[in-house]
Design a protein around this ligand. Structure first.
Ligand code: SAH
Ligand code: SF4
Ligand code: F3S
Length: 475
């Protein structure tokens, strides 16, 4: 009988891509996937260490598994990903955990599972000295191999996907002082361009129409080959030349060393989505310096202006950290000012969380109280939302192309009421469910329509807007 695996992701897009690759490798080796933990022989938890909150969620999940294991003690539990690398043996000591494997050992997961099934021992696989200046050749090779496993179906829903993520690069060398990522994902490694482009072709042939290239600082993608140095702009160009690819995007961009050639490809090529996720983190030069971000607020704003000059109407998304050690009211006000100047499509706001082993944990005191962090978080989100609310109104009446992602998970009441009213006038008995789609600029659009549109590019007309959502009807 086929062994069943339940796999749950707790992290960023990179973490979700890793889950999908591990799922691909496991299914190829004869395991089956299940979305029900109660039916699984193996539960895999792919973890995140970026904030303490992310780690707490994993520990509470392990608490639930403890109950499950009481009735089915034979279930194997594997904890993989960033937290596995950070905590290693400490995590393995947890009573329910059987396997711990870091982000640079994901290729070993199928073998570790088989081993644990036979020897009933605990197994640990992480990289000892992960911050050697250059990643271990063997690890690089194994990583490249695993990266080829991206599959065209969604491990959450077990459906064929219409979009896929492809890794452009692994790791990070930036060492922002607050950030754990360089210590859990290791040095930057760019994948060979031909592997990326071939993978895009293969996925497109299987029905994938949107490709998102991933990297922690994807704009620093560089691959030296004897003939030339390949950049992100080259990858975007080559992928957009694949017939069946309709849209190509990339996340996340770092504002330092952002090459104009990327903007040029976006401007010249309608398949390259006019969307940049380019976190500023702060609007205060003093804090940006303490964060080791390598740019000033003026540099960041100039870059956004340049992007909008070259690619008109580019949608800008961002991330901010509030309550970084020593952040004064004045520093925070400068962040608010930057947000007002840039006018984000949307931006995530995070409360600073001390990460063990980072520069800021060792050298700086977590001096801002939880209350002040919360106040700044709320205030910044209000400003972001107020701006998006105003800016989004310009879309009312416009026709937009969306890629339909599927049924909306949360019902949006106002769109249903309106659409049903319309349906009443034209075709009284057809009540379509609510669907979610995304535009090239990454706006989320909610509209009523048949579920069979999932995975298709269609036109919708915007009827109403909110800060994070556009509401529409089928054209
Ligand atoms: N590589 C991406 C970000 C990866 S982490 C980049 O540099 O843009 C995603 C976001 O988490 C970051 O942009 C940052 O805003 C936030 N973050 C990272 N470390 C954090 C910490 N210690 N506390 C709070 N937020 C953090
Ligand atoms: Fe972390 Fe900075 Fe690297 Fe982003 S660029 S992953 S914030 S160290
Ligand atoms: Fe992603 Fe979290 Fe790791 S943000 S890179 S899963 S620490």
């Amino acid at each position: 009988m086929m062994r069943k695996i339940h796999l749950k992701s707790f992290g960023c897009q990179m973490n979700k891509l890793d889950s999908s690759l591990v799922a691909g490798a496991l299914t190829e080796q004869g395991f089956a996937l299940t979305d029900k933990p109660t039916e699984a022989d193996v539960i895999i938890i792919n973890t995140c260490s970026v904030r303490q909150h992310a780690e707490n969620r994993v520990f509470s999940n392990l608490g639930h598994i403890k109950h499950l294991k009481k009735s089915r003690p034979e279930i194997l539990v594997a904890v993989i990903g960033c937290m596995a690398q950070r905590l290693g043996a400490e995590l393995l000591a947890h009573e329910v955990v059987d396997i711990v494997a870091g982000p640079t050992q994901l290729h070993e997961v199928p073998a570790l599972i088989r081993q644990a099934m036979t020897d009933h021992e605990k197994h640990l696989s992480v990289t000892d000295k992960i911050r050697q200046p250059v990643a271990d050749e063997k690890i690089i090779e194994a990583g490249h191999k695993l990266d080829d496993f991206e599959i065209a179906y969604d491990t959450d829903s077990n459906h064929i996907k219409s979009q896929a993520f492809i890794r452009a690069m692994r790791g990070c060398n930036n060492f922002c002082t607050y950030c754990i990522v360089p210590y859990v994902r290791g040095p930057e490694v760019s994948r060979p361009p031909n592997a990326i482009v071939e993978q895009a072709k293969k996925l497109a042939a299987q029905g994938i129409q949107q490709i998102t290239l991933l990297g922690q600082t994807v704009n620093s993608y560089r691959y030296e080959s004897p003939d030339k140095t390949y950049t992100l702009a080259n990858l975007l160009q080559q992928i957009s030349e694949i017939d069946k690819v309709h849209w190509v995007r990339f996340i996340t961009s770092h504002p330092g060393r952002f090459d104009k050639s990327i903007l040029q490809v976006m401007a010249d090529n309608p398949k390259v989505c006019p969307y940049l996720h380019i976190p500023a983190q702060s609007g205060s030069d003093r804090i940006l310096k303490a964060m080791n971000r390598g740019y000033t607020a003026d540099h960041y704003i100039a870059l956004i202006d340049k992007a909008r000059a070259i690619v008109p109407d580019t949608a800008i998304a961002g991330d901010f950290i509030v309550g970084f050690p020593g952040e004064t009211e004045d520093d925070f006000e400068q962040t608010v000012e930057l947000v007002r100047r840039v006018r984000y499509k949307n931006a995530f706001v995070f409360k600073y969380s001390t990460r063990p082993g980072t520069h800021s944990e060792k050298k700086l005191e977590d001096s801002i109280s939880a209350e002040v962090k919360q106040q700044r978080n709320t205030k910044l989100l209000e400003v972001i939302s107020e701006i998006a609310e105003k800016d989004n109104q310009r879309f009312i009446g416009q026709t937009m192309e969306v890629l339909v992602e599927g049924l909306s998970k949360k019902p949006h009441l106002n769109v249903n009421a309106e659409a049903n009213k319309n349906a009443g006038a034209q075709a009284p008995r057809i009540f379509h469910p609510q669907l979610i789609g995304r535009t090239a600029h990454d706006y989320i659009v909610v509209f009523n329509g048949p579920e069979s549109l999932t995975g298709q590019f269609i036109n919708v007309k915007i009827t109403k807007t909110a800060p994070l959502t556009l509401f529409a009807e089928l054209c």
